[in-house]
Ligand binder design. Structure first.
Ligand SMILES: Cc1ncc(C[n+]2csc(CCOP(=O)(O)OP(=O)(O)O)c2C)c(N)n1
Length: 277
């Protein structure tokens, strides 16, 4: 188990990775990657039962994670590399021709169970794996991360019905609730009213937590594993572009690469803690 100070250091390094990867690629999605960094660092380093050395694509006998919001690939790749799934030197190949680190996750990269990028599909895939675990008596958990803009997709709500119907209390979904999406704020594009009310109405347990407070994140995961016959959605309150002042709180950094000067400014605001890739 990492201490909160250690998690915070890893998260700072992951945000540095994101900025550098997207700058080097000249395109990509830094805003949501940086809002979901603290959640994924906590999940991979302190919550999930997975061993990078013996990882296999079959979810049997281990916890599984699916990134439903596949455009958040930069944070996913950085966390996987820093957790030991592949060399962190590979991070520099984001979006390069022939690289396994494509703009959206594809299978073939250690740690990735399910390709994603077409929004809305991850909860369905996760629910299928969770049902499989129930049927085979495998007591491990399935985690899936969605975006709040992504939650406008209809398939999410079909999967929500399925998961509640089958009592999949080994399924823990998370929303990166940063209130921004590609074209503006959620409220301006297609207001979701209360996401908490929606998930509750679909028969899920709902936990609300602070997505940049490691204690709150850890408590939420601990509560989510109580297994009371219902799947759980954790709504993590977050900030788009968290960690860099000019990227924070605006949809403008949903899918834009920082130039050299902006990259230098961003890195200066993020503490170097574990060494560059
Ligand atoms: C099915 C589908 N429709 C549209 C898109 C294009 N798209 C990519 S990201 C995005 C917005 C997602 O918003 P959100 O989930 O809030 O992510 P964030 O902006 O926080 O990164 C859209 C519309 C897509 N990838 N897949």
């Amino acid at each position: 188990m990492k201490t909160i100070e250690e998690l915070s250091k890893i998260a700072s390094q992951v945000r540095r990775d994101i900025v550098r990867m997207v700058n080097a690629a000249g395109c990509g999605h830094p805003g949501g990657s940086m809002s979901s960094t603290d959640i994924l660092v906590t999940l991979f380093f302190n919550v999930m039962k997975q061993d990078p050395a013996s990882w296999k694509r079959s979810a049997e006998g281990q916890d599984a994670f699916i990134l439903s919001a596949g455009h958040l690939a930069p944070v996913y790749y950085s966390v996987l590399a820093r957790a030991g799934y592949f060399p962190k030197e590979d991070l520099g190949s984001l979006r390069r021709f022939g690289s396994k680190l494509q703009g959206h996750p594809s299978v073939g990269l250690p740690g990735v169970f399910q390709p994603s990028g077409s929004l809305g599909q991850g909860v369905a895939a996760a629910a299928g794996i969770a049902l499989g675990k129930k049927l085979s008596g495998d007591g491990n958990f399935v985690y899936v991360l969605c975006g709040d803009g992504e939650s406008e997709e209809g398939e999410i709500w079909e999967s929500a019905t399925f998961a509640a119907h089958h009592g999949l209390d080994n399924l823990v979904a998370m929303t990166d609730y940063n209130h921004q999406q590609i074209d503006g704020s959620i409220e301006d594009v297609a207001g979701l009213s209360s996401l908490a009310d929606r998930w509750l109405a679909f028969g899920w347990d709902v936990i609300e937590a602070e997505g940049h407070d490691f204690e709150s994140i850890q408590n939420a995961f601990a509560l989510a594993k109580r297994q009371d016959g219902k799947p759980t959605m954790i709504l993590f309150n977050t900030e788009m572009g968290h960690g860099v002042d000019f990227m924070a709180g605006t949809h403008e950094w949903h899918g834009k690469a920082p130039n050299a000067e902006q990259t230098a400014q961003a890195l200066a605001q993020l503490e170097e803690t574990l060494g560059d890739y």
